[in-house]
Design a protein around this ligand. Structure first.
Ligand code: M6R
Length: 613
């Protein structure tokens, strides 16, 4: 949801910010803009509706000579106000002396706007952000101190913000502050950056400070100063990033999504590497080790997430209930946070989030904590808000995921949940021998994923007959059901084809009415005790002329007589099956969207991390 890049240094900020915004475009891509000082120290704002390329073209065609060693910039995902140039950030004050970029939401903007209207302010945008800009302007008139004005303005706003401000009266300075929205200070060689994600600045420096809620930072060419919420000057620890720019390059792949799908043999391996305690046939999860006694005594688990992370959570439920026999409730974060959830004693709560920034998940975390629960995180982004707010947790180590449609994060989340299920199982009834069987099979998963990826061309061919459909049904039973949901979500998100995931046997209770010769049914026909029942469900599809695309296990000859197309995948243990079954579904979604020539990595209306409600 919106990305911020700001720069102070010796170089021209314009190309640095444009390149940084490119790396943040996944956060929002409906408009973008930047603000700088001209040679007379006037604040100049340049902004464009549409993807970043529009701003880049505008700068390179008509404003080639833009130069400023200090600047702020923004890529937007609209919340308040339609997508147009006026509503794009930076937003200016009435005098044009100040520019501000904002990531977050000012929840009480209506009341504040009315007060400002009463004071004579005239609004030029429909954004909530303009209220904040005008408040700073107002307090600056009163206090004659910009820092104080920003602090006073931030005191009256409710909601979330990561902001960066430049002002004509302080041409060498950026003021930045955060609450609820990630903001990072990146420290280079005589240069400083403010960013919503280190992707934007990793090329320039690996040294960062993760700002805390309530922090305000002032940067100029000489250095930076950070103040905490009590207005005390603080000196937070500088963290060193342990990866470099090559990790976020698209390489030879046409899209990030395809690259990320193909990274899964490695990313899944990274999720379990160093965590298999072979000598004890169990699992070691360092981030939870301090809470092993809680894990041993837990009576109930709640796993909370959104979107694909919720699907991973549901997969985790099947795994944990099967391997550890602990009841698991899976919750949508957006529902959990508001419905006064019941959190009995001896419940452990896990929040799961790739970005670690999802607003609903963060709020659910706080709600669970308020109910007295211990809350653990399963996150990808190191140092993210959720990772820092939880009582402990496990990183999935998937590496940077740029494609808006989550792929490798899902399989890494599921791998970590499998580890958790084995650990909990071994703390209970699972025998050392069964533990060993799971560990050994887990080690084979990367190579089995490779075998599925090797069928990419065949899957592209199969996808051609799905690409012209308007609806699709995904069916699976047992642990294949969450995978069906995930397959349907992937198709919806990037190909704009309406798709639903169903437990196969539920089809006859309603969705069967939709089936005709135009309806592709993507069926997860895994060889297990429910296989025959699944086949019966598929016969019901055939009887209504539906077209079946099956994902089945190697050697399954029966399925070839039923389905129009079959993608064969290796067999594995039932609880680990989602790690394989999801791969063909990711590839189908990718190829369908690509065949339709859609923007795979930046699908319409979506953003990678949803930091607003
Ligand atoms: O970063 P998170 O895992 O918390 O994000 C949750 C969802 O917004 C995310 O999974 C979304 O559904 C993806 N676009 C799915 O591909």
């Amino acid at each position: 949801m919106c990305g911020i890049v700001a720069y102070v240094g010796r170089k021209n900020s314009v190309p640095i910010m444009l390149e940084g915004l490119k790396r943040l475009e996944y956060r929002g891509y409906d408009s973008s803009g930047l603000a700088l000082f001209d040679e007379d120290n006037n604040v100049k704002i340049y902004k464009k509706e549409g993807k970043l390329i529009e701003l880049e073209k505008f700068v390179s065609n008509t404003n080639k000579d833009l130069f400023s060693t200090i600047g702020i910039s923004h890529t937007r995902w609209a919340t308040h106000g339609v997508v147009n140039e006026a509503n794009a950030h930076p937003i200016s004050d009435p005098d044009g002396t100040m520019a501000l970029v904002h990531n977050g939401i000012i929840e009480n903007y209506k009341d504040l706007k009315q007060n400002l209207l009463n004071k004579g302010y005239k609004f030029k945008t429909d954004t909530d952000t303009e209220v904040l800009v005008f408040l700073v302007h107002y307090y600056y008139q009163v206090e004659k101190c910009l820092t104080k004005a920003v602090q006073l303005a931030l005191k009256v706003v409710e909601g979330t913000y990561g902001i960066a401000i430049i002002h004509r009266d302080f041409p060498g300075q950026i003021i930045s502050a955060k609450k609820g929205s990630t903001l990072i200070l990146a420290i280079g060689d005589n240069e400083f950056f403010i960013t919503s994600d280190i992707n934007a600045t990793i090329k320039h420096t690996k040294r960062v400070i993760y700002l805390e809620d309530g922090d305000m930072v002032k940067i100029n060419h000489e250095g930076y100063e950070i103040f905490n919420s009590d207005n005390l000057s603080i000196n937070p620890e500088i963290s060193e990033i342990d990866w470099d720019i090559s990790a976020i390059d698209k390489g030879d792949f046409k899209h990030y999504m395809l690259k990320e799908i193909f990274e899964q043999p490695i990313s899944v391996g990274n999720a379990f590497r160093g965590r298999l305690a072979d000598e004890l046939n169990t699992v070691r999860l360092g981030g939870l080790s301090a809470s092993y006694s809680d894990l041993r005594n837990v009576k109930r688990i709640q796993i909370i997430g959104c979107g694909t992370s919720w699907h991973a959570a549901l997969t985790g439920k099947y795994m944990i209930e099967s391997l550890a026999r602990i009841p698991v409730e899976v919750e949508y974060a957006s529902e959990y946070r508001y419905r006064n959830p019941i959190v009995p004693d001896d419940t452990l709560v896990f929040v799961i989030s790739q970005s670690g920034e999802t607003a609903d998940t963060l709020a659910a975390l706080k709600e669970a904590r308020a109910k007295g629960a211990k809350v653990f995180g399963i996150t990808n982004v190191v140092g993210s808000t959720i990772a820092r707010e939880t009582d402990g947790g496990v990183y999935i180590h998937a590496g940077s995921e740029i494609g808006v449609a989550s792929t490798k994060a899902f399989t890494s989340q599921v791998t970590v949940l499998a580890l958790l299920a084995i650990l909990l199982g071994r703390m209970r009834h699972m025998s050392p021998n069964d533990g060993l069987i799971y560990l050994e099979e887990l080690k084979l998963i990367p190579e089995k994923i490779e075998m599925i990826l090797a069928q990419n061309e065949q899957i592209r061919e199969i996808s051609k007959s799905i690409a012209n459909c308007t609806n699709a049904l995904y069916l699976g039973r047992g642990i294949d059901y969450p995978v069906a949901l995930e397959g349907a979500l992937k198709l919806k998100e990037i190909s704009y084809i309406h798709a639903e995931g169903y437990p196969a046997a539920e089809m006859k209770h309603g969705p069967i009415a939709l089936i005709d010769e135009n309806m592709p049914v993507i069926a997860l026909a895994s060889k297990d005790f429910l296989y025959d029942k699944l086949v019966s469900n598929l016969q019901e599809v055939i009887a209504r002329k539906g077209r079946i695309f099956a994902v089945a296990n190697e050697g399954d000859e029966l399925i070839a007589t039923i389905a129009n197309e079959v993608i064969y995948i290796p067999e594995t243990l039932p609880s680990l099956r989602p790690l394989l079954n999801v791969i063909p579904l990711q590839l189908i979604a990718y190829h369908v969207a690509d065949l339709k020539q859609l923007d795979v990595d930046q699908p319409r209306n979506l953003a990678k991390s949803v930091t607003v409600e």
